[in-house]
Design a protein around this ligand. Structure first.
Ligand SMILES: [Zn+2]
Length: 158
C-alpha cells in the first residue's frame, strides 16, 4: 500500500475478511443502499452498517459492509443514484484488492418502479422498467414520468 495514498483512512474500516465495503454513503442512506442491492437478509449475507459516522468530506456518512459478496460494476453504478459520493472497496483476506468508482449509468433497467400507475411497466405484462438517468433524477422511458429526490422510494427490487 502506498503510504501517501489519501484514501488510507478508508482502509481502516475494511476489517471484514471477504466482501465489499461501501464507504462515504450520505448519512441515513445505508438502508436504501441495501434495498437497491436487493439485500434483505434472506440471502444470508452478513451485513454491518455504520450510520451517521463523522466524515470530513460529508459531515456525516454511512458505511455498509457486506461479507462474502463482491459487487459488480453494474450494481455499483445503480448505487450512484442514491450514493453518488460512495467509494467501494472489494476485500479478500482482509486486503483491499479492488476499488470501484461510482458512475452514473445512462439507463437503469428493472431497478425502479414507475410512479405512473398507468405506465405500461406497471401493467401485468413482462415489461422491465427502464429509466434514463437525467440531470435532476431519472425519467421513465415508456411514459416520461420523472423521479427526483425520492428515488429510493421507487425501488422495485425486493
Ligand atoms: Zn412510466
Amino acid at each position: 500500500m502506498n503510504e501517501s495514498d489519501p484514501h488510507d483512512h478508508q482502509l481502516r474500516v475494511s476489517k471484514i475478511r471477504n466482501g465489499t465495503v461501501i464507504d462515504h454513503v450520505a448519512g441515513g442512506q445505508a438502508l436504501n443502499v441495501l434495498a437497491i442491492l436487493g439485500i434483505d437478509g434472506a440471502g444470508g449475507e452478513s451485513v454491518s452498517i455504520g450510520m451517521n459516522v463523522p466524515s470530513d468530506r460529508l459531515g456525516k456518512k454511512d458505511i455498509v459492509k457486506v461479507e462474502d459478496r463482491e459487487l459488480s460494476q453494474s450494481e455499483v453504478d445503480v448505487l450512484s443514484l442514491i450514493a453518488p459520493e460512495a467509494t467501494i472497496n472489494i476485500v479478500r483476506e482482509f486486503e483491499v484488492v479492488d476499488k470501484l468508482r461510482v458512475e452514473r449509468p445512462e439507463r437503469v433497467v428493472g431497478v425502479l418502479s414507475c410512479p405512473n400507475r398507468n405506465c405500461i411497466s406497471n401493467a401485468n405484462e413482462p415489461v422491465d422498467s427502464k429509466f434514463d438517468v437525467v440531470d435532476d433524477g431519472v425519467r421513465c422511458v415508456y411514459c416520461g414520468a420523472i423521479v427526483r429526490e425520492d428515488i429510493a422510494d421507487h425501488l422495485s427490487v425486493a
